[in-house]
Each structure stands twice: as structure tokens, then as C-alpha cells.
Design a protein around this ligand. Structure first.
Ligand code: ZN
Ligand code: ZN
Length: 200
């Protein structure tokens, strides 16, 4: 057989085989009694631990100030990752927008010397920033209007593979050359429904 004809035959066979495999996968995924497409090995001990409400393996991340003496250790995945384009966040971060991740308070432990500074947010709520008195970096902050969660500036983790933001708020203050891209991002012009009208 001619070389080109053989290559054509092999390609046709591969296509046919692929469609058969796909059909089998579809059939088995539709069938409740059939085999699963991706049977995963189950660790019985891990399942038992999770059923008791204990998370066996979880990632712990540590944020730190620039000089390193003030650290915030955060257990588990953040409950919210967002960017904010408001003028106060631009001032805090020294950047056109801030990026931050939030965890339940109990999942964040802060160690080292720190000072706090409080401002009243546009929402009318107090925001308390905790920062290093040596180098000035903020490593955490809390907002009265968001009780129970602590925010940590995303850059303090110095982790380029940190989970991407899902929320982009205060976009009416967004610099024209900034674009927050990605799937499923919620874009809004206000930080929360509690924002008072007529304020920045
Ligand atoms: Zn420091
Ligand atoms: Zn902001």
C-alpha cells in the first residue's frame, strides 16, 4: 500500500477507536450501575476523619511583612478572594487596586509586633488595619461590617500561584488601563449592599 494511503488508514482507525472509547465513557457515566469514568481510590481513614468534621489535609499559608517579623498564618482555603479598586485601598496598597483573601477569624493567627490603625469605611463601618511598626506592611485587617472574618493582603503571601480573585469591587474607581480577567468573576461598583449612597 502507498505510504499516504497507509497514513490515511491509520488516522481513520484512530478516529474510529476514539469515538468508540468516547461512546463507552458516555454510556458508563450515564449508567448508575455501570463503572465510574474515573474511579478514585478511597482512603477509608480519611473518609472517617472527614465525617467526624476534621479536615485531614489542608494547606496552611503564611503572609508576612517585608521585614518578616510580623506574620499571619492562615489555615485552609480562603472563604473569599477579591480585589478592590476603592481610593482607600489604593492608598493602603500603594497600587491602583488592592487584592486580599479572607478567612474565618479562628483560622488566622498573627505573630510578631504590630500596631493598628482604624478608619471609618464608606459603609460607615470601622476598619482596623494591623501593620508592622518596623517596615509598615499591613498583614491583616478586619471590618466591623464583616464580622467573623479577617482579611490578609494577597501580596503579603508572595505567592504567584495564590487562588485568583472571584470578586472585583468598587469598579467605578478602577483605573482605565486595569482589567480583572478570568472566568466567573463577579464585577461590581460597590463593596457591599450596606454601602451608603452618596459616598465615594
Ligand atoms: Zn516588618
Ligand atoms: Zn477598598
Amino acid at each position: 500500500m502507498h505510504g499516504a494511503a497507509i497514513r490515511g488508514c491509520i488516522a481513520a482507525c484512530r478516529r474510529a477507536l476514539r469515538s468508540v472509547v468516547l461512546a463507552e465513557l458516555l454510556a458508563s457515566s450515564r449508567s448508575r450501575s455501570g463503572p465510574r469514568v474515573c474511579p478514585a481510590p478511597v482512603d477509608a481513614a480519611m473518609v472517617a476523619e472527614n465525617l467526624r468534621g476534621t479536615i485531614v489535609s489542608e494547606q496552611t499559608r503564611t503572609a508576612s511583612c517585608r521585614c518578616g517579623q510580623l506574620r499571619a498564618t492562615c489555615a485552609g482555603e480562603p472563604v473569599r478572594v477579591s480585589v478592590c479598586h476603592c481610593l482607600a485601598c489604593q492608598k493602603r496598597s500603594g497600587s491602583p487596586f488592592s487584592a486580599q483573601a479572607r478567612w474565618p477569624d479562628a483560622r488566622v493567627s498573627v505573630e510578631g509586633n504590630s500596631k493598628t490603625w482604624t478608619r471609618i469605611a464608606d459603609s460607615g463601618h470601622r476598619v482596623i488595619y494591623r501593620f508592622c511598626p518596623e517596615c509598615g506592611s499591613t498583614v491583616s485587617y478586619t471590618i466591623d461590617g464583616w464580622p467573623g472574618v479577617t482579611a490578609v493582603p494577597l501580596g503579603a503571601f508572595a505567592d504567584p500561584v495564590f487562588p485568583a480573585p472571584r470578586f472585583s469591587v468598587y469598579e467605578h474607581r478602577k483605573h482605565a488601563w486595569v482589567a480583572i480577567t478570568g472566568d466567573g468573576i463577579e464585577h461590581s461598583s460597590t463593596p457591599s449592599a450596606e454601602r451608603r449612597p452618596g459616598r465615594r
